[in-house]
Design a protein around this ligand. Structure first.
Ligand SMILES: NC(=O)C1=CN([C@@H]2O[C@H](COP(=O)(O)OP(=O)(O)OC[C@H]3O[C@@H](n4cnc5c(N)ncnc54)[C@H](OP(=O)(O)O)[C@@H]3O)[C@@H](O)[C@H]2O)C=CC1
Ligand SMILES: O=C(O)C1=N[C@H](C(=O)O)C[C@H](O)C1
Length: 253
């Protein structure tokens, strides 16, 4: 039985994870951690994981970037592997994750869906074939409650394109103050927020007289939750310290 701790348990994603895990026989949520500590499910909820005196095999985190330090401190002290799905971390926080991965398994992905992870492969292929001469513009759309912009996924997609380009692109997030033609070797990243959009990402390669668009639309939060639960099961079986991502889970299937 995989014992899961769930950080951000009372949030939108926390509720979907709780629902999916409740239907599984081989895993169980033993504790929740959330800024809002009301007990909404059958497990106890703590503001700080250090208050939890039991043990979990893995923690899934869908909370807020502010929770990272507390979470990593607890995971390092208790040698608990962690699946970080939260987005909006600073460069310093990303470095803290890498440092922690010398001691514990740290899984991180800005998007847990299989579709986005396949899209990253397609983008690497497109960028390596198209190379120079095609302008790359990424547009992401999310619900009006989302705190961070651009989305973690948009940054992941930009990195996938950038890795395969023959040059190191500059990421440009906003053009409204610019009064110049579009320079080469940029990746434009654009954010839309509205209503209840679950998550849409589109990458445009715009060349001379030719457009290639690769688009992913999440129609429900389940696509992320299923991936996160798969990642938790993967870390339950891979206890070696290190950084992991969805490509490891897909390769192990
Ligand atoms: N990687 C992926 O595939 C996906 C990632 N995400 C990311 O997951 C995160 C959560 O998304 P979502 O569920 O929609 O957001 P919500 O705001 O609905 O949920 C976040 C929960 O975390 C709680 N929280 C806030 N601060 C802390 C803290 N310091 N410690 C513990 N809990 C805390 C919030 O409490 P309160 O409301 O009281 O502040 C809230 O209950 C976001 O960063 C989002 O971008 C979302 C979907 C998919
Ligand atoms: O906040 C969300 O909702 C989502 N966040 C992730 C991101 O920042 O990319 C993933 C998904 O698109 C939903």
């Amino acid at each position: 039985m995989l014992k899961i701790g769930l950080c951000g348990c009372n949030g939108r994603m926390g509720k979907v994870i709780t629902d999916i895990v409740s239907k599984k026989e081989n895993m169980k949520i033993v504790a929740g951690f959330d800024a809002y500590t009301e007990k909404l499910s059958d497990y106890p909820v703590y503001a700080d994981p250090h208050e939890f005196t039991g043990a979990c095999d893995v923690i899934i985190d869908f909370s807020n970037a502010n929770s990272l330090e507390m979470l990593l401190d607890y995971c390092k002290k208790t040698k608990t592997p962690v699946v970080i799905c939260t987005t909006g971390h600073s460069k310093e926080q990303l470095a803290e994750m890498r440092a922690a991965s010398a001691e514990i398994p740290v899984f991180r992905s800005g998007n847990m869906s299989i579709g986005i992870n396949l899209m990253m492969d397609l983008l690497r292929k497109a960028a390596s074939v198209l190379g120079d001469g095609y302008d790359v513009e990424i547009t992401e759309k999310h619900h009006n409650q989302k705190l961070d912009a651009p989305s973690g996924t948009a940054l992941m997609l930009a990195d996938a394109v950038n890795e395969a380009l023959p040059y190191d692109a500059e990421y440009v997030y906003d053009r409204h103050e610019r009064r110049m033609k579009r320079p080469e070797h940029e990746i434009g990243i654009h954010t839309v927020r509205g209503g209840t959009i679950v998550g849409e990402h589109e990458v445009l390669f715009a060349g001379r007289d030719e457009l290639i668009e690769i688009r992913h639309v999440a129609l429900s939060r389940e696509v992320f939750a299923v991936g996160a639960v798969d990642a938790a099961a993967f870390l339950g079986a891979h206890t070696q310290p290190g950084m992991y991502d969805m490509s490891d889970v897909i390769a192990a299937k």
